[in-house]
Design a protein around this ligand. Sequence first.
Ligand SMILES: [Zn+2]
Length: 388
Amino acid sequence: MFTLIKNAEIYAPEFLGEKSVLLCNETIVWIGEGFTAERTLPDLKIIDASGMYLIPGFVDGHVHIIGGGGEGGAATRTPELYLSDMIRGGVTTVIGVIGTDDVTRSMGSLIAKANGLVAEGVSAWAMIGSYQLPVKTLCGGIREDIAMIDRIIGVGEIAISDHRSSQPTFEEFMRIASEARVGGMLSDKGGIVNIHLGDGKSGIDYLFRAAETEIPVSQFMPTHMNRNPDLFGEARRYARIGGYIDLTTSTTPLFLEEGEVKCSKALRILIDDGIPVSRISFSSDGQGSMPMFDSAGNFTKLTIGHVTSNYAEFVDSVKNEGISMEDVARVTSTTTADHYKLPKKGHIKEYFDADILVLDKELNISYVFARGKMMMEKGKVLAKGTFE
Ligand SMILES: [Zn+2]
């Protein structure tokens, strides 16, 4: 089965100019100009993408694919991710996390959901662990789980600076990082530790301390770094010493009013600080709960994150902040794929997976391909999950 996407302006994420891309089954097999074999390929589907942009499908590194939350009781447990939401938001790869509730949600269901998404046509991995330490492992240890289970790509999200965190000591925190690092080495994965940052006063002190140890700063992927102005200020300092910064795109008008730094604006500031986009990523926190607490720590209300929020911030970054398509494509796709070492992801490149977005000049998503399969056509979502 061959598909030819013709004459698109390609950001791979690097700018390649106007070229055509040939897909065979799940794979990009050719990128170039003047394709001449149109008549010789059986059942070749041709899409004219003249005047359109072609970029890698979004890689969303932090999604509660089996739901999350429950901070306001059982009725506030959030639901599972739907395939069609991913496609609508241009997300072709997700990394699933558990979050606060590791009591009623398990690694078994997280891995099963990731497997289910793969069966439905997209790509998915999962992180071992939850907010809490000790991490509940499957094969006896974090090293073992990362090294031996294909679907497990790292550990997290481990919560620090949050009243919902298990308040790990620094030594416990570093032990996790060392185990993830070695597990990653043994399996050619990033072995990344995904760190949930809350609003706590200690901020990212642990990460600054970790930067003084033998573990490289690149072992950590701290997320929610834009959640308040103080934390974002620390994020800017941390980025200057070489740290990775993950910005959470799901938000609410109230959060923004209370000082959360909008992702597109945060990206502009980090780029102006001289931070390379190869160390900045967007993730959605999709299906995660976004609970609100009063100053005494009492739960007040809760909303839900959406995987489509990456796309909204992609558009605002390009249109409102004037950031180049190449830079934003890295932030929405390539940084996460490279950092976690997701095989054949995050680049428009021969022999890589055919995870592709085609956007019109207004940046509306026209086509989504996930592992070579057309999931959206002319703005219409074709793919639905098993029970949608
Ligand atoms: Zn979180």
